[in-house]
Design a protein around this ligand. Structure first.
Ligand code: ZN
Length: 102
């Protein structure tokens, strides 16, 4: 790359210009992730899946947990497990109540 201050060419891996010391402008931050939305949806689907259509909402919740996992590992796994537990609980609850929700 070239120094935007003095025009000296230098290696891309360097953090500042070797000639004048101007720091290299960092690449633009990644676009704001919608991970918060996935977390909220994951929790909502976990709760919904205990009452309505466990495989559908539980599955969606696990999917959102998976998406969260890419950004926040621990939280994503937690969401996936939460949805799995809620899904199973919802299925058992549905069976006990004799509802054909699945
Ligand atoms: Zn320079």
């Amino acid at each position: 790359m070239y120094c935007k201050h003095c025009g000296t060419q230098f290696d891309d891996t360097m953090s500042s210009c070797p000639s004048c010391g101007t720091p290299v402008s960092l690449p633009k931050a990644r676009p704001v992730s919608n991970v918060t939305t996935f977390i909220v949806l994951g929790i909502i689907f976990a709760l919904v899946s205990t009452l309505f259509f466990p495989p559908l909402f539980g599955g969606l919740g696990i999917y959102f947990g998976y998406r969260v996992k890419k950004e926040k590992d621990g939280l994503g796994i937690f969401l996936m497990i939460l949805n799995l537990v809620c899904m199973i609980f919802g299925m058992i609850l549905g069976a006990i109540l004799g509802q054909n929700l699945f």
